[in-house]
Ligand binder design. Structure first.
Ligand SMILES: Cc1cc2nc3c(=O)[nH]c(=O)nc-3n(C[C@H](O)[C@H](O)[C@H](O)COP(=O)(O)OP(=O)(O)OC[C@H]3O[C@@H](n4cnc5c(N)ncnc54)[C@H](O)[C@@H]3O)c2cc1C
Length: 374
């Protein structure tokens, strides 16, 4: 039970409570503090720092490779696909407009979609679609997004020499980004409560969020920004955890890779981090097994990651694996990746299910969630 002193200060009633302190939660506070500068805003986060995907991702500043976009067009149609691309593109612009790019290691390196030696036909088919893709993306990017690059061999990989380059794609340091946003929020008086996990929410007449020890946190309104862990709080929602795994090499002195790279429709993705290489993906190999919020890595995916790295991506380099980690993304049961931004009641807003490009998506998802608050 809270003491009187706690209940009358750090745990007293607030105006806007945000559950989840990842990028969506942080940016919801960012937009809320702009829209409602006088309101008292509090972020409740279960971890000592953002403990979901936002500090455990790959740090791609991306909005979709040609094959991902083309596949999305088949599944979701043009309107929905372009809406998501626009949200991602605008989201990335938001970071660049509000924070100094250097302060979160942002670099516009360019991003390549590459193809295995056996995928000539896949490349050719997609090459035929490139003009169409550039045409439909033009109103968003205002430029030709993708171009063919026939000198992929310079990266030293065992892949086709042809690839697609998106010069608008880049790299960032996701944890530095979270820390920057948090700093800006503290300056605006946003309150942070860390190490508290909410297990239930009631909404009448105001919002009551109950934590694991039974303490009731109350607010006039609440944003649920729990992404891959949303089901624990809102079991009816079509939001499922999706574990994403990565590994990172030791430093490779003569590394030729520089930029962000997508392989096999984005199921594998890799980038350099200085002289290291970060490689992630492989969830498609065990979609149901990876439908978990468990943060440990699995032997099955990690060994496949390492195999691709050593055989195809860095066949001529020697290196160790220095890091392996996993984080939790969120998709729908049928792999839906359109975010759920929904007023579940007058005072409870859901902002979750950000899919695999949620760093880019979070600023706009958060903005749309706050637009629902009056
Ligand atoms: C391995 C991996 C690689 C990725 N790579 C990229 C990439 O390169 N580019 C890109 O754009 N996106 C990438 N993503 C996706 C991106 O990281 C996420 O979509 C994005 O971070 C989602 O942000 P979020 O704030 O909505 O969710 P999260 O960052 O998961 O934040 C949710 C927060 O809620 C907290 N929480 C949950 N439940 C509770 C509760 N009951 N009580 C209190 N707190 C709670 C969690 O601790 C967490 O901090 C990747 C994800 C993974 C896992």
């Amino acid at each position: 039970m809270l003491s009187y002193w706690e209940k009358s200060t750090v745990a007293s009633h607030c105006d806007i409570m945000i559950i989840g302190g990842g990028l969506t939660g942080l940016l919801s506070a960012f937009h809320a503090s702009r829209k409602f500068p006088k309101r008292r805003i509090r972020i409740i986060e279960r971890g000592p720092f953002p403990f979901g995907a936002s500090t455990r991702n790959a740090g791609f500043a991306c909005f979709g490779s040609p094959s991902e976009i083309y596949e999305d067009l088949q599944v979701d149609g043009e309107e929905l696909t372009l809406q998501r691309v626009e949200q991602r593109y605008r989201g990335l612009q938001f970071y660049l407009q509000n924070f100094a790019p250097k302060s979160f290691d942002f670099r516009m390196t360019g991003g390549w979609e590459i193809f295995q030696s056996s995928e000539t036909e896949v490349f050719d088919n997609l090459n035929d679609k490139l003009e169409y893709l550039n045409h439909i993306l033009n109103p968003i990017v205002g430029d030709s997004t993708y171009q063919t690059d026939s000198s992929t061999s310079r990266f030293g990989m065992d892949v086709l020499p042809h690839s697609f380059l998106n010069k608008h794609e880049g790299q960032l340091h996701p944890a530095k980004l979270c820390i920057l946003i948090e700093k800006a929020l503290r300056e605006r008086g946003v309150e942070f409560i860390n190490g508290i996990e909410i297990t239930a929410i009631e909404t009448v007449p105001h919002v009551v969020a109950i934590d694991t020890s039974g303490v009731k946190w109350t607010a006039e309104a609440c944003i649920v920004a729990t992404n891959g862990l949303t089901k624990q709080l809102l079991p009816e929602e079509n939001i499922y955890p999706a574990r994403g795994q990565v590994l990172m090499t030791s430093e490779i002195p003569n590394l030729k890779l520089e930029g962000t790279f997508h392989l096999d429709r984005g199921y594998w993705y890799f980038r350099n981090v200085g002289k290291r290489v970060l490689l992630g993906g492989g969830r498609h190999l065990d979609v149901m097994g990876e439908r978990t919020s468990d943060r440990v890595t699995s032997e099955k995916i990690q060994s496949e990651l390492e195999h691709i790295l050593r055989s195809t991506l860095l066949p001529d380099s020697s290196f160790d694996i220095d890091y392996r980690w996993a984080g939790t993304m969120a998709f729908g049961a049928e792999n839906e990746k359109t975010p759920r931004i929904e007023a579940l009641s007058d005072n409870l807003i859901l902002a979750a299910r950000l899919g695999g490009m949620g760093v880019a998506m979070a600023p706009i998802v958060a903005e749309m969630a706050i637009e629902k608050l009056s």
